[in-house]
Write a protein that binds this ligand. Structure first.
Ligand code: URA
Length: 466
């Protein structure tokens, strides 16, 4: 039996070196015990496994490294052993890395995904308070991560708040930035962080932006923030004020160009904050099997928005909407209709890929009402920021999300629908419907109709502007 002691619970390099040496020594997974503590990185056991000769030919599939880096940070005590078992199997069969039906790979995928969610939560929900000591200002935040993510997240906070002096205190360790150096300190307690409520700028911008248009659903917004984080979030204390302001504005409020102008400068930061928050979304069970949230894409001042159904297999892997076969058909049709995709905002009613595993394949499954309803929160936030005068729903799921009721394409197509936020909605078919039409003549006819719908939307937009 070999025992490997790693320096820290997130010690990827230590695990990698030990695992490589063990694998070269053909040590079976069941013969290794992994420990991660606070001591220096070293190895004990029957043999000094780190002394095994380095093998320049030791290779692993490229996708394994980021997966292992993420999974290592999971709190699951079995993570090191599971990763080592996977490493041994990948040495035999590198193509296993693509077999997402494999139970071991699936379990490790889940570990990594939970870590990525936690990383996003820390970025989205951590709040700094200002602390003045002997005339010096430092920003201090308290955060309780679920996994060992503080070190891996440190670079993000350094980049984002490079000019501030700040400390992040957690029950596992603290990190401190003095404007030039990052230092690590011991675990902290909640009482070590100051109470108070100064708002960190990006978040002030974000919340001000989403409240500005006045139609925001405050209850829904609070529901979206996990309760655990409320006590750290000063903007929850700000809600009554924001509601009062919003109601006052709502009295005569129609979304005018001026209003849009007013928040326009802030919209990109607000949109980025929103996308970041959506990355950690767990509002419905689809986040579990999916790879990631696929958020909308396009300029925040786009005047035309397209809403699809949900990401497909390609989109789920790439994290971008409409890039697979349906997306390529959509691009072609847009170009023929004289619309530049670079100028429009493209998003989906449901932001996680819903599928059924069939062997190695993931077969698209239609999202249901509860999933569309759970995800409506995000599209409403996107619409609040972008405020497109015209939105085109591609297919019945998108139409249901946009119009808030079930409609048929034949019944809803070809006319304007007034949307609750003052914009205009149009409905057409989904490009993947066109891809599924077996008869070539019919497929061509339907495609031409689709292009005409897009062209009509572009022309209508020009009329609205005039
Ligand atoms: N289908 C959709 O509805 N959306 C995508 O992003 C891709 C395919």
């Amino acid at each position: 039996m070999r025992t490997v002691h790693l320096a820290t619970p997130d010690d990827f390099e230590g695990w990698r070196d030990a695992a490589r040496a063990l694998a070269l020594g053909r040590v079976p997974a069941e013969d290794v015990v992994w420990h991660a503590g606070d001591g220096p990185a070293d190895l004990f056991g029957d043999e000094a496994v780190m002394d095994a000769p380095a093998d320049p030919n030791f290779t692993v599939p490229r996708a394994f490294v980021p997966l292992a880096r993420d999974a290592i940070c999971n709190r699951d005590p079995e993570r090191f052993a599971l990763l080592y078992a996977l490493l041994l199997r990948l040495r035999e069969n590198p193509r296993l890395i693509d077999d997402h039906a494999d139970p071991l790979l699936r379990r490790i995928d889940e570990l990594a995904k939970a870590v990525r969610r936690d990383v996003h939560k820390m970025r989205a929900f951590l709040r700094f308070r200002e602390l003045t000591e002997d005339g010096d200002t430092r920003f201090v935040a308290w955060f309780e991560p679920e996994h060992h993510i503080v070190r891996v997240n440190a670079a993000f906070f350094v980049r984002r708040f490079s000019t501030m002096r700040w400390s992040i205190l957690t029950p596992e360790l603290s990190i401190h930035w003095d404007g030039e150096h990052l230092a690590e300190g011991p675990p902290a307690r909640r009482e070590d962080a100051p109470e108070g409520d100064p708002l960190e700028e990006t978040w002030k911008t974000y919340y001000a932006s989403i409240f500005n248009p006045a139609r925001v659903k405050i209850g829904a917004m609070l529901k979206e923030m996990p309760k655990k984080y409320w006590k750290n979030m000063p903007e929850t204390a700000l809600v009554p004020q924001l509601i009062a302001g919003a109601q006052a504005r709502e009295a005569g409020m129609i979304a005018t160009a001026d209003t849009k102008q007013e928040i326009g400068g802030n919209s990109r930061a607000a949109w980025e904050a929103l996308r970041e928050e959506a990355a950690a979304c767990t509002r419905c069970p689809l986040h579990g099997p999916a790879t990631q949230t696929v958020f909308g894409e396009g300029p925040v001042d786009a005047r035309l928005m397209f809403v699809g159904e949900q990401p497909g297999d390609n989109e789920d892997l790439a994290g971008k909407p409409f890039i697979g076969p349906a997306g390529q058909m959509f691009d072609r049709a847009l170009a023929q209709a004289g619309i530049d995709r670079g100028t429009v905002y493209v998003t989906n009613a449901v932001k996680h890929f819903k599928f059924e595993p069939r062997g190695k394949r993931r077969i698209h499954a239609k999202p249901g009402g509860p999933e569309i309803d759970a995800c409506r929160w995000w599209i409403e936030q996107e619409r609040i920021l972008i405020r497109p005068p015209l939105t085109v729903a591609l297919g019945a799921t998108a139409a249901r999300s946009l119009l808030g009721k079930v409609v048929t394409i034949s019944g809803a197509r070809g006319r304007a629908h007034s949307l609750a936020d003052g914009g205009e909605g149009w409905v057409t078919v989904h490009p993947s419907y066109l891809l599924r039409i077996p008869d070539k003549v019919k497929a061509d006819e339907e495609y031409a109709r689709f292009v005409e719908d897009l062209r009509a939307a572009g022309e209508r937009l020009a009329t609205l502007a005039a």
